[in-house]
Design a protein around this ligand. Structure first.
Ligand SMILES: N[C@@H](CCC(=O)N[C@@H](CS)C(=O)NCC(=O)O)C(=O)O
Length: 206
């Protein structure tokens, strides 16, 4: 059975949990990271040299990087669902997955840690404002760049919608000023209906 390593309040672990729900895949999970620690245990570092979560074990395969895990699960278990079989069409979603790692996640990081994981009296308001503006700039690009289709890759819900869904959810859930991004909001409404999103992502930020 699939084994997931990582705390369930990690956005990158939530990607994997949401994918398992979409695929009706049974799994076991152990807490690691954050308040649970254990990232630097030598045996964990041998599996994941970054000391980050998630890591997934599936038989002989040990996999890290959440978007790589998403692609693996979709390709292996989601041929009829999460995996877009046409390589050219698949890039429509995959480009946003790479963009999520390179642009959106770094833009949101300070904002998220300051507002959710830092006590109010210790928050750095200037850093919060700067990170909000960075995330807003990224969200504006997302709003203008996504297609008019229901999902990022067309009418099929794929792993790209999961990878982006986690971080776009944070934009809409954090207690911040938000410019109206109507296309992003329409897409967000569609993915927020998925049972996997409700079960693992829309559970409060922590
Ligand atoms: N690019 C990596 C990022 C992994 C990452 O940053 N994980 C965070 C949790 S979301 C982590 O392990 N933080 C340290 C910790 O939880 O102790 C991925 O997508 O898997």
């Amino acid at each position: 059975m699939l084994h997931i390593i990582g705390r369930s309040n990690s956005g990158n672990v939530q990607k994997v949990l949401w994918a398992c729900e979409e695929l009706s895949l049974p799994y076991t999970r152990e807490d690691r990271g954050g308040q649970h620690g254990g990232n630097d245990d030598p045996h964990y570092l041998r599996m994941n040299p970054n000391g980050l979560v998630p890591t997934v074990i599936d038989g002989d395969a040990v996999i890290w990087e959440s978007n790589t895990i998403l692609r693996y699960l979709a390709c292996k278990y989601g041929a009829e669902t999460l995996w877009e079989p046409d390589p050219a069409k698949r890039t429509l979603g995959e480009r946003w997955m790479d963009w999520q790692l390179a642009v959106l996640a770094p833009a949101h990081r300070v904002l998220f840690y300051q507002l959710i994981r830092t006590p109010e009296d210790k928050r750095d308001q200037a850093a919060i404002a700067k990170s909000r503006d960075m995330m807003s700039t990224a969200m504006q690009l997302f709003d203008q760049g996504i297609p008019d289709s229901t999902y990022l890759g067309g009418e099929r819900f794929t792993v790209a919608d999961i990878a982006l869904g986690i971080f776009v959810h944070r934009w809409f859930a954090l207690p911040i000023f938000r410019e109206p991004f109507p296309k992003a909001q329409r897409w967000y409404r569609a993915i927020a209906e998925r049972p996997g999103f409700r079960k693992y992502v829309d559970v409060g930020l922590s």
